[in-house]
Design a protein around this ligand. Structure first.
Ligand SMILES: C[S@@+](CC[C@H](N)C(=O)[O-])C[C@H]1O[C@@H](n2cnc3c(N)ncnc32)[C@H](O)[C@@H]1O
Length: 258
């Protein structure tokens, strides 16, 4: 099974719909609204003058938001459609981001640059089959002392939706529509892998990255799952038997300074 071809086709199709969605609200973004959330803004802090590699950048709104904060940014994504849209946004906003259409594993084989920050967020890990390899790419893309930042949807929610929490020998292959409100006609086959929190954390440890922070959150800024309810001033929550389900987590890890 050519999982890269299948997922690229799905993300090319999704991107065409996403750029016109209220969910991504490209017009507000063009008018100056950041697409970044408080979690990642607070976690990365000041990026002014720093180099930042954004893995799985989709059509670049977050990458370009970091550029607006003063970072010198590079975004990588498998979807050629997403990178085309990212380049269009970059030109129309007169920013100087660089976007690369590539599988992150291929990027890792070819890249020789080192960045101050590596950032990746919200719906990224399920598309990757080998997290040990992923973590090694992150480590080799960082300068000595550089920081890795991940903000991701919590797999606890997948478990409650009937998906495996623990890694399986075979990927999940499913036809699914996208998560934006204009999702009619977006069904595509997609190939995904389950990753437990211990698998993710151990992959980073095995790549010699030091985990400096790990946080879990009961609220999400995104209304992209079933059974979420909005709480003013907090975001979206999910209750299971009256208790909060963890919806997000974040990790900050650092490459040794020596
Ligand atoms: C859910 S999106 C990331 C969300 C992003 N934070 C956003 O909303 O803008 C996942 C992205 O991963 C990309 N992707 C999937 N597999 C990939 C791979 N092997 N290498 C690079 N990018 C990949 C997809 O093309 C898609 O743009």
């Amino acid at each position: 099974m050519d999982y890269l071809k299948i997922n690229k086709e799905a993300w090319d199709k999704r991107t065409k719909v996403h750029v016109d969605s209220k969910f991504y609200d490209v017009e507000a973004f063009k008018d100056g609204k950041t697409s970044l959330n408080t979690i990642e803004l607070e976690q990365l802090g000041n990026v002014e003058g720093k180099t930042l590699l954004h893995l799985q950048c989709h059509f670049g709104q977050d990458t370009l938001s970091w550029a607006r904060q003063g970072a010198k940014v590079t975004g990588v994504d498998l979807s050629t459609e997403a990178i085309e849209q990212a380049n269009k946004l970059n030109s129309s906003l007169k920013l100087d981001a660089r976007f690369i259409a590539q599988d992150i594993y291929q990027f890792g084989c070819e890249n020789t640059e080192e960045f101050d920050f590596v950032f990746t967020s919200y719906g990224v890990l399920c598309w990757l089959h080998d997290l040990n390899h992923w973590a090694k790419i992150i480590a080799s893309s960082l300068v000595a002392g550089g920081e890795f930042h991940l903000v991701e949807f919590h797999a606890f929610n997948d478990l409650l939706s009937g998906y495996s929490y623990f890694p399986q020998a075979d990927p999940d292959v499913e036809d699914e529509g996208t998560y934006t409100e204009n999702c009619d006609g977006t069904k595509s086959t997609m190939v995904t892998w389950a990753h437990s929190l211990s698998e993710i954390i151990n992959a980073l440890i095995s790549a010699d990255l030091t985990i400096e922070s790990f946080k879990e959150y009961p609220y999400s800024p995104y209304n992209c799952f079933e059974n979420l309810e909005h709480v003013t001033g907090k975001g979206f929550q999910m209750l299971h038997k009256g208790q909060h389900v963890p919806l997000l987590y974040s990790i900050k890890a650092r490459k040794s300074a020596i």
